[in-house]
Design a protein around this ligand. Structure first.
Ligand code: PLP
Length: 404
């Protein structure tokens, strides 16, 4: 039973008001709210366990280390990865992508080599490669989208050549909601002997992902977008790849032995985890993954799909409504513009009605250029949103539209 009113009680913030109105939080693509169990697990660790991990022989350090490594196992299970050695804790999707661009680029790319991206990437999956481009002279090749906001797979296939070294593509567009056919894209890349990094920032919160059936070589996601704390994320990598990459940062934890002449590195995944990790946040992330798993990712998916269908149906009836992104397979994200109303005006006026949406370019300026807009308004749903919140959004948009 998916009892939405009971579920909402787990998220204290949903009960608050803004400007004297009940909060309608529809900016979940940016970050999600946290259930009580996540905050409590972290508070409990600070109050009762706190000690640095992997270092001390003393009781607290060992207990903290156990919690931290148990969190890694929880992530492994959530992703259905083969081994905890494939789970690297990072600060989030951005750091995970930068790690791959930097380390893979260092080991396997030289001037003239190519990375394939798509037109709908978040800046984190563009700029990381541009930094490598500046260092090494690599080339960025871009898969275009059609007018529905879907990747053009025939164009994708045509981009492969003997200089293609890696594909880095988003699972779900944070603007259009498009769910990309990454499984097929991975098969195509593998047929060319090319590995694939999938940006899972916008997929992991919404539906089950399985590393063994997806067969991605690298996969990145952020804790805060899946009801976990800020400052922690994950890079999944196949052991065969992670083993062959050089370290990302130097420091404690990632070494085996150090002399001034020579250093040997730690094994996986610690080779990529220099310095004190945010071990309290990893506990919070594990609790968040337990929380969504207990609800059932399939139940969350059904709930959000139903909500998105309902929202699209109602929003399409608003005069002047333009919805950006009409992909056949889409997720719980709706970008829109109404008539000539500036996205910032729409967002600001909705805010006064207690409705939190995102406005702007959504860290996807190349996509905005392709769509011919400067920005959009974006409503993005989470497991705790309701039909009546969609009604509030629709009525809010209608009210704002009447003012113009
Ligand atoms: N990739 C996508 C598709 C995103 O939507 C986001 C965040 O909005 C990111 C990457 C970056 O995530 P973070 O800021 O948590 O590193």
């Amino acid at each position: 039973m998916y009892d939405i009113q009971e579920i909402r009680k787990d998220f204290p913030i949903l009960g608050r008001e803004v400007y004297g109105r009940p909060l309608v939080y529809l900016d979940n693509g940016a970050t999600t709210q946290k259930p009580r169990c996540v905050v409590e697990a972290m508070t409990d660790e600070y109050y009762n366990v706190n000690a640095n991990v992997h270092r001390g022989v003393h009781f607290l350090s060992q207990q903290a280390t156990e919690l931290h490594e148990a969190a890694r196992e929880t992530v492994r299970r959530f992703l259905n990865a083969r081994s905890p050695a494939e789970i690297v804790f990072t600060r989030g999707t951005t750091e995970s992508i930068n790690l791959v661009a930097s380390c893979f680029g260092e080991a396997f790319m030289r001037e003239g080599d190519e990375v394939i991206l798509s037109e709908m990437e978040h800046h984190s999956n563009i700029v990381s490669w541009q930094l490598l481009q500046a260092r090494k002279g690599i080339k960025l090749r871009v898969v275009p989208i059609n007018d529905r906001g879907e990747l053009m797979l025939d164009e994708y296939e045509r981009l492969f050549n003997d200089r293609t070294r890696i594909v880095s593509v988003t699972h779900v567009s944070n603007v259009l909601g498009t769910v990309n056919p990454v499984r097929r894209m991975i098969d195509i890349a593998h047929a060319h002997g090319v590995p694939v990094l999938v940006d899972g920032a916008q997929s992991t919160p919404h539906f089950a992902v399985d590393m063994q059936s997806l067969d991605a070589d690298f996969f990145a996601f952020s804790g805060h977008k899946i009801y976990g704390p800020t400052g922690v994320g994950v890079l999944y990598g196949k052991e065969t790849w992670l083993d062959r990459l050089p370290p990302y940062m130097g420091g404690g934890e990632m070494i085996r032995h150090v002399t001034f002449g020579h250093t040997t590195f730690n094994g996986l995944p610690f080779k990529f985890e220099a310095g004190t990790p945010d071990y309290v946040a990893t506990t919070g992330l594990a609790r968040a993954l337990d929380y969504v798993s207990a609800l059932g990712m399939d139940n969350i998916y059904s709930h959000e799909q139903e909500l998105t269908r309902y929202a699209l149906e109602r929003m399409r009836r608003i005069p002047g409504m333009r919805i950006l992104g009409q992909a056949g397979e889409r997720d719980a994200v709706i970008s829109f513009l109404v008539g000539g109303i500036h996205h910032l005006d729409m967002g600001t006026l909705l805010d006064r009605l207690g409705i939190a949406v995102r406005t702007g370019h959504h860290c996807a300026e190349p996509l905005m250029r392709r769509l011919g807009v400067e920005g959009t308004v974006r409503a993005s749903f989470a497991l705790y949103n309701t039909r009546s919140e969609v009604d509030a959004l629709v009525e809010g948009i209608e009210r704002v539209a009447k003012m113009f």
